[in-house]
Design a protein around this ligand. Structure first.
Ligand code: CTP
Length: 398
């Protein structure tokens, strides 16, 4: 997988630096040509000589080393990379990258490269949870940078919690997906729906659901990074639309219906990750409804169109992918939707399981195919689920 691939491995300072040695070993074993860039702090934990010996390449630590500059230079390092991996990535390096700072060789490389960048963060749990850190990560994600989720456990600082560097084998796995991508969806148009819909009762009240939009946004970002032309139709969510996609914001199921149906014909792939409200209030009051003396009230609801089923009826060559969020009888329910809505693939997830809820960053899904095949994916980040799903879609279209 990594043969003829140039990987820049950025190593920033933290106790987990020793695990980057293991990651380097895995990359080299898989055939990668790895160029290690260490921050000054990283060198305090493990000597550059270790990385140099294992990579077979000089380790870069200084921005202005003339001998190295002639040979490589930080810009050429950034240019030649097929992938830049930062492991461990400290809160400091992530913060600098998020703000476009470039005050050492690693951050300069990060700013100068056009290759995909994967951060494997490692830090104290309180830093990980700090809203300033969260904002920095979210900003980078919006611009297409990839992040792994740190592992949970006893941290070197004495705290217990999230912040451990992910296992080197897992980082290696994710890196493999990113390197392999090579814009294999170039020329395809992918229409993705995401988030909930909101059905208003009156100007202040609405019916909706817990969908966060994270899964659909992850799919939109991944498809864009694989070269696809992406249309993202999204209900109201707390996420910023990804760069370089055609973004269509909607509120109600009817608006989503119109936005999707008017664009469906141009799409090669349609992925319906949105949690569409099945019903809307039969009447929307122009004024806020006042309560009277009643103890019970009855709400009359009108059925919304099933957008996916309608797409299934119109379907020609395009690949149609649905989602089924269930709390019971997962496979039976999802299988039924696959068939009745005429889908090629349905992504089934049991939202009652830990790690698979609406607002989390992870998901454990099963894929059900038209021909009756079934595939169970392990618990992964929503970004990883998105990549895995697109892998299957690309394969189906070959
Ligand atoms: N969907 C849709 N339009 C609707 C309802 C659902 O396009 N009005 C799509 C969703 O985007 C999702 C799939 O259908 O991809 C499954 O949605 P879900 O709500 O789980 O299933 P329903 O068909 O609504 O069945 P039920 O509510 O009975 O579970």
């Amino acid at each position: 997988m990594f043969r003829n691939k140039q990987i820049v491995l950025g190593v920033s300072g933290g106790i987990a630096v020793y695990k980057a040695v293991e990651l380097l070993r895995l990359l080299v074993k898989a055939g990668a040509d790895v160029h290690v860039v260490m921050t000054r702090n990283a060198c305090e934990f493990v000597a550059p000589l270790t990385f140099q010996t294992l990579s077979g390449n000089p380790v870069h630590t200084e921005m202005f080393n003339l001998i190295q500059e002639q040979d490589i230079g930080h810009i050429s390092l950034a240019d030649r990379a097929d992938l830049v991996l930062v492991a461990p990535a400290t809160a400091n390096v992530i913060g600098k990258a998020a703000n476009g700072l470039a005050d050492d060789l690693l951050t300069t490389t990060l700013l100068a490269t056009k290759a995909p960048v994967l951060f494997a963060p490692a830090m104290n749990v309180n830093m990980w949870e700090n809203p300033l850190y969260r904002e920095n990560q979210a900003k980078l994600e919006r611009y297409g940078y990839y992040f792994m989720t740190p592992a949970v456990g006893a941290l070197a600082c004495g705290w217990e919690g999230q912040g451990k560097l992910p296992d080197p084998a897992d980082i290696f796995d994710y890196a493999q997906t990113l390197v392999r991508a090579e814009r294999d969806m170039a020329g395809k148009t992918v229409l993705v729906t995401a988030g909930p819909t909101r059905e208003e009762l009156d100007p202040v009240r609405f019916l909706s659901n817990h969908s966060s939009g994270k899964m659909g946004y992850a799919i939109a970002r991944a498809a864009r990074n694989r070269g696809a032309n992406v249309i993202l139709v999204s209900g109201p969510v707390q996420l910023t639309p990804p760069q370089a996609v055609e973004f269509v914001g909607v509120t109600t199921a009817m608006e989503m219906h119109d936005a999707v149906l008017s664009r469906a014909a141009s799409a090669d792939v349609i992925i319906k990750a949105a949690a569409v409200a099945d019903f809307r209030p039969a009447e929307r009051n122009g004024q806020k409804v006042k309560k009277g003396g009643e103890e019970q009230a009855v709400l009359s609801l009108q059925r919304n169109p099933d957008i996916l089923a309608e797409l299934g009826r119109l379907k020609g060559q395009q690949l149609l992918v649905g989602f089924a969020a269930e709390t019971d009888d997962l496979l039976a329910n999802a299988g039924k939707k696959l068939e009745t809505k005429n889908l090629d693939l349905i992504v089934a997830n049991d939202v009652s399981q830990p790690g698979s809820g609406f607002d989390g960053d992870t998901n454990a899904v099963q894929l059900l195919y038209r021909d009756g095949q079934r595939e169970e994916l392990p618990l992964m980040s929503k970004d990883e689920v998105a990549w895995a799903l697109l892998d299957r879609i690309v394969r189906q279209q070959q």
